[in-house]
Design a protein around this ligand. Structure first.
Ligand SMILES: [Zn+2]
Length: 173
């Protein structure tokens, strides 16, 4: 059985011992495997969290990206989960890092996943934030921050954010 190496990148060698990976059956499917380490190498979506941070009943905080991918385009505050974090802790940490705001009580909006050229696939957990304080100030990842009313929003760079925004608009009409 031939194994189609996944895009956008493929593992050819074990990252632990450096041995060339073989393809082996894990009981369900064919998976890259390192016999000396007795380890299968799965590829799964990478979890991330993003924030719909509200000001009043109409405005949301967007951030214009200073780094690739999508440098110069608008995004929602957020980022990748770190090991040991809950999704709630991820979104609160990212808000603090990217905007300087102190936020609390994230409310789950929904979850969407999409293919990603960077990680293969990304799964984003969207949270609504109404409980926050401080003055937004961009960090090095952001060119600028802005609160936008529904009628004045810039286009979001990432389709997974646009899908979550549609969910947000349905939930908070
Ligand atoms: Zn190995």
């Amino acid at each position: 059985m031939t194994y189609q190496m996944p895009e956008p990148f493929a593992w050819n060698h074990c990252p632990i011992c450096g041995q060339l990976l073989i393809v082996a059956h894990d009981g369900q499917s064919e998976v890259p495997h390192c016999p000396p380490c007795r380890r299968f190498y799965y590829r799964n979506p990478v979890p991330a969290a993003c924030a719909f941070l509200r000001r009043g009943s109409d405005e949301l905080l967007f951030t214009r990206r200073a780094v690739d991918p999508a440098k110069g385009e608008w995004s929602l505050p957020g980022g990748f989960m770190e090991i040991g974090e809950t999704p709630e802790e991820t979104v609160l940490r990212e808000i603090q890092e990217e905007t300087g705001l102190e936020a609390r009580n994230p409310k789950l909006l929904g979850i969407r996943s999409k293919p990603s050229p960077v990680s293969g696939s990304i799964m984003v957990v969207g949270f609504v934030i109404e409980d926050w304080e401080g003055e937004p100030r961009p960090d090095t990842d952001a060119l600028e921050l802005g609160f936008f009313s529904r009628s004045a929003r810039p286009r979001l760079a990432f389709s997974v954010h646009r899908e979550l925004l549609a969910l947000y608009d349905a939930r908070y009409p």
